[in-house]
Design a binder for this molecule. Sequence first.
Ligand code: SAM
Length: 344
Amino acid sequence: MAASGTLSTFRLPPLPTIREIIKLFRLQAAKQLSQNFLLDLKLTDKIVRKAGNLTNAYVYEVGPGPGGITRSILNANVAELLVVEKDSRFIPGLQMLSDAAPGKLRIVHGDVLTFKIERAFPGSLKRQWEDDPPNVHIIGNLPFNVSTPLIIKWLENVSCRGGPFVYGRTQMTLTFQKEVAERLTANTGSKQRSRLSVMAQYLCNVQHILTIPGQAFVPKPEVDVGVVHFTPLVQPRIEQPFKLVEKVVQNAFQFRRKYCYRGLGMLFPEVQRVESTGKLLELADVDPTLRPSQLSVSHFKSLCDVYRKMCDEDPHLFAYNFRELKQNKSKTQEKEDDKERDRL
Ligand code: SAM
């Protein structure tokens, strides 16, 4: 227990409920924007507790909406909370919260996909990468179609220590469709193991900390929701450029049910495919008959290290992209088909 008188704890004054705020400001969820709100403050408190100790923290909340999670963060005794919300209808309700928490809540009407958090908090918060994580946290319940591209972007930022990671190993607590949360945290060999599992786990310690049933949201989404906590690792488990890792992992998972050599082969142009795939697997000491889901992060580390060497030896190799080629081919085929139809 804290010694009495040493800490001043902040609590929001009594406020209208989130349901009342929604009514007051006519904040009906926009279905096309996949808005699903959390109204139960016990649940939002639980999510915020799972994010870790936020005392004196600088928190970046993405997509605050009517402000349920926002209230719980403010009640966690943070130093400052910066919220970025795209839908202008929510700004007056958030302003009301800001008035109730003087000097604590900064509201930005903007898009999390482009907002530059790296300049938003004091530089004095910065920690060395090897140190404990800084007192900077990201928390958010975003629409699913935003949270997945955003986590890919932030994982790339982790790899080059940019964006929110200029402060050090900033921790993130984010919601995803439960199935995506399971993929992010899936172990080697499990059914959910996918591209996302490897990309997240080579850079971060990833934990599925909570599952929230769909009924907890208004309106109820079609799926349950998983809350995932990310802490960037001091030492990434693969030390190669993000784009190279992404390419190897993406190709490996291209044919999920086939042996891994099939997808990995697509890293190479057809004329050299058999030979180069054999060389890659042999030098990386990876059994070609493993399925993509059976490849561990250390298998991927060896594959990426060898592929990097092969790219260094052949400067055209990295630019080779089978998927792009396939897409272009099918576009050309479509054009040919159109011409053929016109002729008939
Ligand atoms: N956090 C609130 C809650 O838990 O009740 C709202 C959740 S709702 C699923 C997602 C929120 O993110 C909405 O308020 C929506 O307007 C906002 N949002 C969606 N895309 C966004 C973007 N690109 N940038 C900022 N906010 C966004």
